[in-house]
Design a protein. Structure first.
Lengths: 113, 117
C-alpha cells in the first residue's frame, strides 16, 4: 500500500515549456487535490476533484489544467511554465469531499528558469 | 474568506520541555474543523491532530494537545516532553464543514520548530 505517489520528485523547466505532474493513489479514495507550497507560505489549493469525472478550481488555478484520468489518477498540467510557478507541488486524496483527513504525497519540487 | 495566521515564524525548545505553537483564524462560519499538520525535512505532510468546532473538549493525541478557544478564534498546539523527532515545520489549517467549501484546506504560514538537545 503505497498511499499517494507523485512523479517526478524534481523537475527543472525553461519558461514556456510544458509538463504534466502525475499523481496516483491506491486507497480507493474518491477525492483528490493539487496544492502548491511557496516559501514562507502554507499550501494553497490549485484544483480538486471531489469524485471521478469532476474537477473544480481552487484558490490559485490560473496557469494550470487538471485531468482526473480515473479514480486512481489525477494529473496537473502546466501548458506554458512561468517563473512564478516555481514551487513545491503536493497531491492529496481523501475518502470523500467531507472526510476529515487528506493524505498527502511526497511532493514535486519544480523550478522554472 | 477564511484566513489562518501563525504569528511565530520560528520557535525553539529544549528536549523534554513543553512548547506551545499559536494559531488564530478568521471565519464567519459556526461549524468547521481545525488541524495541525507536521512537515519534517522529508516534506511529507503528516496530520498531527484535529478539532471539530462543535466539540468543547480539547483534542489530545499522546504528547500533542490543543487549546481551542472558539470565541477568540484561537487554536494552539502544545507539545509535551519534546523529542528530537518533533523538529519540523508545523502548519495550522482550517476546513469548512459545509459541503460547498469542504474540499478546501486553508493553511497558515507555518512555524518552524527546532528542538535543542
Amino acid at each position: 500500500n503505497a498511499g499517494v505517489t507523485q512523479t517526478p520528485k524534481f523537475q527543472v523547466l525553461k519558461t514556456g515549456q510544458s509538463m504534466t505532474l502525475q499523481c496516483a493513489q491506491d486507497m480507493n479514495h474518491n477525492s483528490m487535490y493539487w496544492y502548491r507550497q511557496d516559501p514562507g507560505m502554507g499550501l494553497r489549493l490549485i484544483y480538486y476533484s471531489a469524485s471521478e469525472g469532476t474537477t473544480d478550481k481552487g484558490e490559485v488555478p490560473n496557469g494550470y489544467n487538471v485531468s482526473r484520468l480515473n479514480k486512481r489518477e489525477f494529473s496537473l498540467r502546466l501548458e506554458s511554465a512561468a517563473p512564478s510557478q516555481t514551487s513545491v507541488y503536493f497531491c492529496a486524496s481523501s475518502p470523500g469531499p467531507v472526510s476529515y483527513e487528506q493524505y498527502f504525497g511526497p511532493g514535486t519540487r519544480l523550478t522554472v528558469t | 474568506a477564511q484566513t489562518v495566521t501563525q504569528s511565530q515564524p520560528e520557535m525553539s525548545v529544549q528536549e523534554a520541555e513543553t512548547v506551545t505553537l499559536s494559531c488564530t483564524y478568521d471565519t464567519s462560519e459556526s461549524d468547521y474543523y481545525l488541524f495541525w499538520y507536521k512537515q519534517p525535512p522529508s516534506r511529507q505532510m503528516i496530520l498531527v491532530i484535529r478539532q471539530e468546532a462543535y466539540k468543547q473538549q480539547n483534542a489530545t493525541e499522546n504528547r500533542f494537545s490543543v487549546n481551542f478557544q472558539k470565541a477568540a478564534k484561537s487554536f494552539s498546539l502544545k507539545i509535551s516532553d519534546s523529542q528530537l523527532g518533533d523538529a519540523a515545520m508545523y502548519f495550522c489549517a482550517y476546513r469548512s464543514a459545509m459541503i460547498q467549501g469542504a474540499q478546501k484546506l486553508v493553511f497558515g504560514q507555518g512555524t518552524r520548530l527546532t528542538i535543542n538537545p
